[in-house]
Design a protein around this ligand. Structure first.
Ligand code: FE2
Ligand code: FE2
Ligand code: FE2
Length: 185
């Protein structure tokens, strides 16, 4: 594997792993603050980030050894509104800055598997940013996120609140390959 794509995959693996854990913390906090559906949304998207981390890890295959991880991303626990703002900024950074740059390098280097892994992530992060934005608007009006059911594609991390289409719009797998997250009552 080409060295720069390898470095980018490791960096993305680190970033996605941290996003996974961060959303679990913010999900727990949202529940305590009285926003159970926001909590469920955080848990669902935490799972989507796990899918991305797993995809990147798989692409690294037999690249054994140490990797230094310096991840610049939101840290800390404040109000759910501010946590959602941090989540939106993180997702937008991935959509606008990180993954387009990683994609361009992978394309240049002909790293097809990495291109797919980055492509799945960038398309899924767009859905995450949009969902967090809707959730933040609700919270800022003193309300919970409207939806108590969230679906996540097991293959690419695409996330939606509506009915799942027959095939995932990003990776084309069948609807049976989605995991459903329901708010705990
Ligand atoms: Fe992700
Ligand atoms: Fe995301
Ligand atoms: Fe998918």
């Amino acid at each position: 594997m080409n060295a720069i794509t390898e470095t980018n995959l490791k960096s993305a693996f680190g970033g996605e792993s941290m996003a996974h854990m961060r959303y679990i913390q913010w999900g727990n906090a949202a529940k305590k603050e009285g926003f159970p559906n926001v909590s469920n949304l955080f848990k669902a998207i935490a799972y989507a980030e796990q899918v991305h981390a797993s995809n990147h890890f798989s692409e690294l295959k037999n690249q054994v050894g140490e990797a230094a991880v310096t991840a610049g991303a939101g840290f800390g626990l404040t109000t759910t509104s501010e946590n959602l703002q941090g989540a939106i900024e993180g997702e937008d950074y991935e959509v606008e800055q990180m993954y387009p740059a990683f994609m361009a390098v992978a394309e240049l280097q002909g790293e097809k598997g990495s291109m797919r892994s980055f492509k799945y992530a960038i398309e899924a992060e767009k859905t995450h940013s949009a969902l967090f934005t809707v959730a933040k608007q609700a919270v800022d009006n003193g309300q919970d996120f409207t939806y108590d059911t969230v679906h996540v594609c097991d293959v690419c991390g695409y996330t939606l609140t509506d009915d799942v289409p027959d095939n995932c719009p990003i990776c084309r797998v069948k609807k049976e390959m989605f995991t459903v997250f329901n708010t705990e009552k």
